[in-house]
Design a protein around this ligand. Structure first.
Ligand code: PLP
Length: 394
């Protein structure tokens, strides 16, 4: 007899995410599908040294049960680190997480009842959309343009839909690479304060800037503790260590997040938190980020140069950083239907449809990742992709 599963799983297959991981592990396919850092950006020797140092200095404490609130030295070093992004927080306002994905889960656990409205960018990160759907949120898309989410549309929908949460990825957005303009950051913070809506600022790409001036986080304009800031060490140090942190200046919400986390995993693995803490205190991170930014900038440029050689009817974003480009083919093309043929030819991407809260109407879009492909693979993979699209009549 089949199990009677919870209704929160109705309509959720998880297949998009599973397919992406499958495409990433097939070595014969050039994959622009994931969101992984370059293998060359990972530093097993340094991480091993930091782990040994941490264990030598504080081993018994690290191997014992820890506090749900997080490893105290990391709360302090992360609070310090976020200052470069204009986020001011005390260590007790920083909650280490098992990836920012856990932050998305915990904030929903704290605030969302089935049917509650949430505003999400259109398109938005598919891992976040899946989490929000599991909590049975009613997702309301926000319109975007080249300057990110459109503030007038956010205000209109706050009034009409009374959302519990607004979810924004303001810098080098996943999937489009777009960045929320400075004045819009100020205005969305004001809207969150004025209407008393919690705004999730999910900011894992802010340090991957290849040109232009860094922008202060939305959180830096938050006058009423309505902005929950999430940042992750996945893209700049290692996704496998699963260390991220939330900055929550609302004490009551912080208590709820901690209780929610306690029931999920008691606490984040202390050794991983200690490794990230050591890295932050080592003085090496700035140089590492500069190095990966130089490679990723060249990879992005290569991918854009290749796209410039596509027929002019293909439109694509031109971000100042991050790890993704977003492409739109002429109407009538279906990136989902073309994916099996693309993988047969040896190249993979993610069809754009997966990034929209409401199905339909976006078949002609796709997301391309450039951080985990060499210049040579980008040239080869993009040539394959162009060949496929041209053969389909582009
Ligand atoms: C916008 C965004 N938020 C959150 C995550 C999850 O990151 P983490 O590895 O910190 O869980 C990702 C990963 O791709 C992302 O793109």
């Amino acid at each position: 007899m089949p199990a009677s599963y919870a209704s929160r799983f109705d309509g959720i297959s998880g297949s998009a995410i599973r397919d992406i991981f499958r495409l990433l592990t097939n070595p014969s396919i050039i994959s622009f599908a994931g969101g992984n850092p370059a293998s060359s950006a990972l530093e097993p020797e340094l991480i091993s040294r930091l782990a040994q140092e941490a264990l030598a200095e504080n081993g018994v404490n690290i191997l014992q049960y820890g506090q749900t609130e997080g490893y105290a030295p990391l709360r302090q070093s992360a609070a310090e680190f976020f200052r470069h992004n204009a986020v001011e927080a005390r260590p007790d306002q920083v909650l280490p997480l098992v990836g920012s994905q856990q932050g998305l889960d915990l904030i929903c656990k704290a605030l969302i009842n089935p049917g509650d409205a949430m505003l999400v960018e259109s398109p938005a990160f598919l891992g976040a959309l899946q989490t929000f759907k599991l909590y049975q949120a009613r997702l309301v898309p926000i319109e975007m343009d080249e300057g990110g989410a459109i503030v007038e549309d956010i205000e209109k929908k706050i009034i009409a839909e009374r959302p519990k949460l607004i979810y924004l990825i303001p810098t080098f957005q996943n999937p489009t690479g777009r960045t929320l303009a400075l004045e819009r950051r100020r205005r969305v913070a004001r809207l969150a304060n004025e209407y008393g809506v919690t705004l999730i600022e999910d900011d894992p790409y802010c340090d991957l800037r290849y040109r232009g001036e860094a922008l202060p986080a939305i959180k830096s304009f938050d006058q009423g503790d309505n902005v929950l800031y999430l940042n992750s060490f996945s893209k700049i140090i290692s996704p496998g260590l699963r260390v991220a942190a939330a900055v929550c200046t609302d004490e009551e919400l912080m208590r709820k997040l901690i209780i929610g986390k306690q029931s999920t995993d008691v606490h984040s693995p202390t050794l991983n938190q200690a490794i990230i803490d050591k890295y932050l205190r080592s003085g090496l991170l700035e140089g590492h980020i500069k190095q990966i930014c130089a490679s990723y900038a060249a990879q992005m440029q290569k991918m854009q140069e290749m796209l410039e050689g596509f027929p002019k009817s293909v439109r694509f974003t031109r971000p100042d950083g991050g790890i993704f480009l977003w492409c739109e083919l002429p109407k009538g093309f279906d990136a989902t239907k073309l994916l099996p043929e693309a993988t047969k030819r040896g190249v993979a991407y993610i069809p754009g449809d997966h990034f929209f809260a409401l199905p339909g109407g976006h078949h002609n879009s796709l997301r391309l990742n450039f951080s985990n492909a060499s210049l040579e693979s980008i040239e080869k993979g993009m040539t394959l992709l162009k060949g496929l699209f041209v053969d389909q009549g582009l």
